[in-house]
Design a protein around this ligand. Sequence first.
Ligand SMILES: [Zn+2]
Length: 218
Amino acid sequence: MRTTQGEGSGGAAQVRAAAGPAGVWQNPSPAQHNGQVPSGRVHNLINIAAYSVLSAVALTLSRQELLTITPVQALNFTVAFAAGTFLLSPDLDLADGHVDSKRYWGLLGFVWVPYGKLFRHRGLSHSWVIGPLTRLAYLALLITLIVGVLRYAMPTLTLPTIPQPISLKFILPLVLGYFLSQWLHLIADGIRPDHGFRQGAKRLKMPRSRARARSRRA
Ligand SMILES: [Zn+2]
């Protein structure tokens, strides 16, 4: 079912139940898994809380000279974490309806509608590695299309270029920030890291079991 407040907005009681330690930080039982998942707002609060704790730990460690983080690295982590939390949430697989993560895009929210139509809710989009990559790939495709149209419409226009080469020290905080924001969402949803593999295995098994059912009927 499509919801207005992200997934699991079936009532304040449900959200409260999901926000409790049992619903959020532990793998819910199959019965809980069907309905009691955090709303978009609860996901944001979880991610903001986790960011605050991480920042405090990082600050303490760097004050004690146990960790060295440059201001650029801290900024990259923060930007990627915020983008992953607010703009590239796994719940964009609901973007063909009304969902918080689409609303953050404002007037540009419509660009995620095809993504919402393409991906089943809590399917591949909610897997730990491929899921976050699908949103990056989709975003890259959108940017490529826009740049292509701009170059075609205005050939004299000079677009900003990415400075080369990009060091690992620059990229790593971006990757960490983005994936951590996504994984916190999946943990809160009660989705295990092998989610994508199990789904793939199920899909592979399906034709065989169907064939067996058919042979039984014959
Ligand atoms: Zn979700």
